[in-house]
Design a protein around this ligand. Structure first.
Ligand SMILES: [Zn+2]
Length: 298
């Protein structure tokens, strides 16, 4: 799919935005970046099917490619199949999956004391106990395969696989849009994608942009990521594409694999910002703050 990056996909971007009824200049003025530049050789890298539309609906119709990282859930064949069907029904044919199996680590990080790691985020002791229980339950009746690794082991292995696969796919990319360092609402695999993309940004030199969604659980960690080297103008506010989002949500729901709130109302704007370094976590000081879209609900 890398060849798609060679296509000039952003020429009509201004017209597309016009068709949504928005004046682009209102949004990009002062952001220090032209839309044509932002969308040049552009790729959204989303952890799971539906992340692309939850966090990046504003640019979803205009990027050159959308790459989904984790598709199959090893303990939920029904949702896995539904995800495959949903991707096949996607309104644009520039979406594809790396087909990496999920590691099953959701909710295993300690959000009282989140610690970034080389693979994404540390799992805490309580999390490990949950992981062992989950592992024992899942391992029952399974043959000795990758499925029988602990969630922590699967998480670490997935990191290597993810970097390997993305390195090939992003070789020609100029603008990559991915998850933020706190994983929006704190999904450990979103954080892993951020970490992998950060490593590849160093190697390949593309510009890495992240969403600014956060939740009650992740807000504290999000506040720690302030890029002290730049003024707060390096964020871009774009209107969400609610029509497209509703269309895609229905596709996931129809295929029983919508993993988010059924009554979700999209924010009016996505705020996209240049990614901080994974090590840029600051715990005190005086900082400019970037705008955040915060999700406060159960
Ligand atoms: Zn996700």
């Amino acid at each position: 799919m890398g060849h798609r990056l060679l296509m000039v996909g952003c020429i009509c971007a201004r017209l597309l935005y016009k068709s949504q009824g928005f004046r682009l200049d209102d949004y990009l003025e002062g952001a220090g970046v032209e839309l044509a530049e932002l969308l040049k050789k552009s790729v959204i890298v989303a952890a799971h099917p539906d992340d692309e539309v939850l966090w990046f609906s504003s640019i979803l119709a205009d990027v050159d490619e959308v790459i989904i990282c984790y598709n199959d859930l090893f303990d939920d064949a029904k949702t896995s199949k539904g995800r495959k069907r949903a991707l096949a029904e996607f309104p644009h044919d520039n979406i594809s999956s790396l087909d990496i199996m999920e590691s099953g680590v959701f909710a295993l990080a300690d959000w009282e004391n989140p610690i970034p790691s080389a693979y994404g985020i540390e799992l805490n002791q309580a999390g490990r106990r949950v992981a062992v229980k989950r592992f024992l339950r899942q391992a029952k009746g399974f043959a000795l395969t990758k499925k029988n690794l602990t969630p922590t082991q699967r998480y670490e292995r997935n990191y290597e696989t993810l970097v390997e696969k993305l390195r090939v796919r992003l070789a020609l990319a100029q603008n990559v849009f991915g998850h933020n360092p706190w994983g929006e609402y704190g999904h450990e695999e979103h954080i892993q994608v951020f970490r992998a993309l950060s490593q590849l940004r160093e190697e390949l030199g593309f510009k890495l942009w992240v969403s600014s969604y956060a939740s009650k659980e992740t807000l504290q960690m999000a506040l720690g990521y302030v890029d002290l080297s730049k003024p707060p103008k390096n964020h871009i506010k774009l209107p969400t594409n609610k029509k497209l989002a509703a269309q895609i949500m229905k596709i996931y729901q129809r295929n029983d694999c919508w993993t988010w709130f059924d009554d979700w109302q999209w924010f009016d704007h996505d705020i996209i910002m240049e990614a901080p370094a994974p090590t840029a976590l600051e715990t005190w000081g005086q900082h400019h703050l970037f705008p955040l879209n915060v999700i406060l609900r159960k």
